[in-house]
Design a protein around this ligand. Structure first.
Ligand code: HDE
Length: 710
């Protein structure tokens, strides 16, 4: 017998009692296993077909020590479902985090489009937004140097609109036919299966060197934008040019933009690498915790609008996804906002099963002829078949049109969830005339109509001459950066190319960089300590464009601690009033404050009170904070001097250019960690308020003292 008679008696007694008590009744079975039996208020556990289970701890056996029986449908169903729990991860953008929220239009674009989502001011449209890295697998870390996906599904009243963008406004390639090559080159190398989630390897840079059109995007990918501080602090771009189409079928080119209320903020490279170890889920946790605590991230939604004549006047092709339209030329008009205010209930059902399709556009939004976009229009629908396994993926709750009904004559297929009624599964039909269900009909007025765009008629496999300038905008980007950002960009190139083993691969990239900016190429060559080859011959000579300050990040952090994280390192005997003052001042500005202590149980303050810790020192390094405060006692500090985790805490905060507030007793620790006095080192005797200004930003002036940059 599986259970002793007394255990059975006990269990059945408990079951009877369970009807009367609210808490789940727990009983130990004969083999020592725990049974939790349902109370009247609790649901009974069942098979997938509703048969209630009496025992979810033991499989059916021929005797307590005998073999399991094939008959055990409970075991087989459970194990079989488990065996198939994983679905193929996305071929790109596999690692992602998402949230629900809403979009609200603040200014009508009725002059340009008939899409209700862009004309009905004040109406809230439900959204589901997924952020992602591109190269790494689903289980890879959150902070590699990489482009970030920024995919927004708007459940509009005229069907879903999926704005599937990135956190950079341009792309590596001009034609979709090169996408498989790009992705093969950047992902783990084919023979060895590494590196994971990293572009710093031969095959990527080999491809890049041979594809000069990628140079502009390389500037972005090597900039600090590729190591964002938080998903809440990233810009989003539609990248490809789309069209808005109005009631009169007039089309206007449009570029879509998302701008974070918290500003665009980044980590440093050394910091990003260390965060990967300290918290591989850094971005996912940050997004989840912010939303869970009511700090809802928000973005402005903006558009750049251009007529055909204006597009024709640009010195580059509006259909070329390796080009941006400088804001200084065509300003971004802010017409809406997006707020993310609800975490998914289930990661798999929602975040993993979400299928974004650039083809999902409501009437009034249309595509351009951008050859990258045109390829995307096929790819996303297609990839869902191998990922979600059925043409009916649109019926999965997260993918369903929620803003309006959806119906047509498509039928059947794997995992059909709908039960369409009637005989009419074709149209036209006249069954309604016989009193039967006729089914849905076309709507020539309100239905989706493609913009009446004239096309050329000769079939060719040719790249337009207007796509030939690969360097002018790379130059524009580099020259628009601050000196700090230029140094980071050059250093990132040095880092990545230092990981390449082929000299000819490095040389080709260096030769291409010569067309971007001679000084950049020189800096990188010096950083590698290799001779600088002559610049490669560009297809067309680059032109100098007016620098665009909009492309910078440094100098534009918001003047507030909103959304940032502050860590207070405490020891036994610390002055609780200082801890309280720092916490209060930081929280008043919208920061999240966490107490870090040598032990998770906390510390006994000078007052004798216990202060609980949010993180244990060894597991909560300063890389997970934007600024730190050291509130320690003399004895506590002496103890920390013998703990490398404490020294790393201070040292890393210092070299990652963070503000460090400290009590006088912390000075020996500062000295041992090499944290020299500067404007970002604040003695908290001056009051907690003094800590705030440096904590709002990074100590850029410190950087040349702590890091050799290219
Ligand atoms: Fe994607 N891309 N992509 N991409 N992409 C996918 O679709 C593809 C491109 C982007 O959170 C895949 O459902 C091609 C540009 C995001 O689920 C796939 C080309 C931009 C996401 C695909 C591009 C993006 C994807 C893989 C070149 C910025 C994640 C899984 C023509 C505008 C969406 C999937 C999510 C995902 C194809 C280029 C953004 C294979 C062929 C440019 C944010 O269909």
């Amino acid at each position: 017998m599986a259970k002793s008679a007394s255990a059975l008696a006990r269990a059945s007694k408990t079951k009877a009692k369970a009807k009367r008590i609210a808490a789940p009744a727990t009983v130990t079975g004969g083999g020592g296993e725990t049974h939790q039996t349902a109370t009247a208020a609790e649901a009974r556990i069942t098979t997938n077909f509703g048969v209630p289970l009496s025992d979810d701890q033991n499989s059916l056996r021929a005797g307590p020590r005998g073999p399991s029986l094939l008959e055990d449908f409970v075991l087989r169903e459970k194990i079989q479902h488990f065996d198939h729990e994983r679905i193929p991860e996305r071929i790109v953008h596999a690692r992602g985090s998402a949230a629900h929220g809403y979009f609200e239009l603040t200014k009508s674009l009725a002059k340009y489009t008939r899409a209700k989502v862009l004309t009905e001011v004040g109406v809230r449209t439900e959204v589901f937004t997924r952020f992602s890295t591109v190269a790494g697998g689903a289980g890879s870390v959150d902070t590699p140097r990489d482009v970030r996906g920024f995919a927004v599904k708007l459940y509009t009243r005229e069907g879903n609109w999926d704005l599937v963008g990135n956190n950079m406004p341009v792309f590596f390639i001009q034609d979709a036919i090169k996408f498989p090559d790009l992705i093969h080159a950047v992902k783990m190398e084919a023979d060895r299966g590494y590196p994971q989630a990293a572009s710093a390897h031969d095959t990527f840079w080999d491809f890049i060197g041979l594809m000069p059109e990628a140079t502009h995007m390389i500037m972005w990918a090597m900039s600090d934008r590729a190591i964002p501080r938080s998903l809440r602090m990233m810009e989003g771009f539609g990248v490809n040019t789309f069209r808005l189409v109005n009631d009169k079928d007039e089309a206007t080119f449009v570029k879509f933009h998302w701008r974070p209320k918290l500003g665009t903020q980044s980590t440093g490279w050394d910091e990003a690498v260390k965060i990967a170890g300290a918290d591989p889920d850094f971005h996912r946790r940050d997004l989840h915790e912010a939303i869970a605590s009511g700090g809802f991230p928000e973005w402005e939604f903006g558009v750049q609008l251009l007529s055909q004549v204006q597009a024709d006047g640009l010195p580059f092709d509006i259909l070329d996804a390796t080009k941006l339209i400088p804001e200084e030329l065509y300003p971004i008009q802010v017409v809406g906002r997006m707020v993310l205010d609800r975490n998914p209930d289930n990661f798999f059902a929602e975040t993993e099963q979400a299928a974004f399709l650039p083809t999902n556009v409501p009437p009034g939004i249309d595509f351009s002829e951008d050859p990258l976009l045109q390829g995307r229009l096929f790819s996303y629908q297609d990839t869902q078949l191998s990922r979600l396994g059925t043409v009916n993926f649109h019926q999965i709750p997260i993918n369903q049109a929620k803003g309006c009904p959806f119906q047509n004559m498509q039928r059947d297929g794997h995992m059909q969830m709908q039960v369409p009624k009637g005989r009419a599964n074709y149209e036209p039909n006249s069954l309604a005339e016989a009193g039967e269900i006729g089914g849905p009909r076309e709507d020539p007025e309100g239905g989706f109509r493609s913009a009446p765009v004239a096309t050329q008629s000769t079939k060719v496999r040719l790249r337009a001459e207007s796509f030939a300038d690969h360097y002018s905008q790379a130059r524009l980007f580099y020259r628009s950066q601050t000196a700090i950002e230029q140094a980071h960009l050059a250093s990132a190139l040095v880092f990545e190319l230092s990981k390449c083993s082929f000299d000819h691969v490095r040389d080709r990239v260096l030769a291409n960089l010569g067309n971007v900016d001679a000084d950049l190429a020189r800096r990188v060559a010096v950083g590698l300590n290799v001779p600088l080859p002559p610049a490669s011959k560009p297809a067309v000579p680059p032109i100098d464009m007016k620098p665009s300050p909009a492309l910078r990040i440094v100098g534009k952090y918001p003047d507030s601690l909103m959304g940032r994280a502050v860590g207070i390192l405490v020891t036994d005997g610390a002055d609780g009033s200082v801890v309280k003052a720092v916490r209060k001042a930081c929280e008043a500005e919208g920061a999240t404050v966490k107490i870090v202590a040598p032990k998770i149980g906390g510390v006994t303050l000078q007052s004798g009170k216990l202060l609980k810790a949010d993180g244990q020192l060894a597991g909560t390094p300063s890389v997970v904070f934007d600024a730190v405060a050291l509130v320690v006692s003399e004895d506590g500090c002496t103890q920390l001097l013998g703990d490398s985790a404490a020294i790393d805490f201070v040292h890393n905060a210092f070299v990652h250019l963070k503000a460090i507030g400290h009590t006088a007793q912390a000075k020996p620790l500062l000295v041992k960690a090499g944290a020299a006095p500067d404007a970002g080192m604040v003695d908290l005797a001056a009051g907690a308020e003094a800590f705030l200004p440096p904590a709002r930003t990074r100590q850029w002036k410190r950087e040349p003292k702590v890091r050799m940059l290219a």
